[in-house]
Design a protein around this ligand. Structure first.
Ligand SMILES: Nc1ncnc2c1ncn2[C@@H]1O[C@H](COP(=O)(O)OP(=O)(O)OP(=O)(O)O)[C@@H](O)[C@H]1O
Ligand SMILES: [Mg+2]
Length: 277
């Protein structure tokens, strides 16, 4: 669904933010991008969206070489990719329903289609009672639900999220992750950059770690930090700066998830046609 081949990005000024990155993301996968601040996570996401020119290499999205895409076709690429960011990016002068409807109106969908689709997605994110509020009348977690709804309302095959829980407290973050998990289970491929150890460890999905622009680890069901896990597995009893061994993990994510079917137990419901990569 997304493929990066020998991708290098050098910003003006000389910072190398991506170094020979090779990555193959299949349809329906959920991939975490982790790594220290400045390691290049957001750069990879921006490259997939064609928000930055690439220096070297090739990126395919849904079977198309987007590095060769003429500029006028870039809006078509972005129609197939929903995006969610740390700062929500909602339009302050539009209501919740209008913010979400906007995605569809830009695509020229008729009102008869827009209304039911907006209602459906509001229901999905649990905000059906708040359609007429303005963003400033919502909590941070609710605003992020709106931006997830907006990203998903036209059912894009891909959703890219850059630190979607970065401004949220742990309990609210769990709600957003449950939502992204549910969206992933409809067959949508998700790539999410994050610093959140608890979320990555609880979700047990593929983890791609970047450092200094290079992929340094790619685990099918990874944890945020393999090294720490290896120390724990080795049975060490005292880890400086860490919780004592045997202490319960962050309660919120684990507990919340136990109430739903275990993540990944359901095969993605891929509805349609479409290319392989
Ligand atoms: N527009 C830009 N011009 C020049 N350098 C940039 C630009 N954007 C990012 N960089 C540099 O590229 C490197 C990677 O930045 P990037 O934003 O991709 O990191 P990140 O992993 O997303 O970090 P964070 O976790 O803090 O969000 C950093 O050294 C950063 O300073
Ligand atoms: Mg970033």
């Amino acid at each position: 669904m997304i493929r990066l081949q020998d991708v290098t990005k050098v910003y003006e000024g000389g910072t190398v933010a991506a170094r020979d990155v090779n990555l193959d993301i299949q349809r329906g996968e959920f991939v975490f991008l982790v790594g220290p601040s400045g390691s290049g996570k957001s750069t990879l996401i921006r490259l997939m969206l064609r928000q930055e020119p690439i220096t070297r290499g090739t990126i395919w999205v849904a079977g198309k070489d987007i590095t060769a895409l003429p500029n006028w076709k870039v809006p078509y690429l972005r129609r197939s990719i929903g995006t969610v960011f740390q700062d929500f990016k909602l339009l302050p002068n539009k209501t919740v329903a209008e913010n979400i409807a906007f995605t569809l109106e830009v695509l020229g969908r008729p009102r008869s289609v827009v209304k039911p689709q907006v209602e459906q997605v509001l229901d999905l994110v649990g905000l059906d009672g708040k359609a007429d509020r303005y963003p400033r009348q919502l909590s941070g977690g609710e605003q992020q639900r709106v931006s997830v709804a907006r990203a998903f309302v036209n059912r894009p095959p891909i959703l890219l999220a850059d630190e979607p829980t970065g401004n949220l407290d742990p309990a609210t973050s769990v709600g957003i992750m449950k939502l992204l998990d549910r969206i992933n289970r409809t067959g949508t491929t998700i790539v999410m950059a994050t610093h959140d150890h608890a979320i990555v460890d609880a979700m047990q999905r593929r983890v791609v770690a970047v450092e200094n622009g290079a992929v340094v680890r790619d685990d099918a069901t990874g944890r945020y930090e393999t090294t720490m896990q290896q120390v724990i597995d080795a049975g060490s009893t005292s880890i400086p700066g860490d919780q004592p061994t045997g202490a319960p993990p962050e309660p919120s994510v684990e507990a919340a998830e136990k109430t739903e079917e275990s993540i990944g137990s359901e095969s993605p419901n891929v509805e349609s046609e479409g290319e392989q990569k």
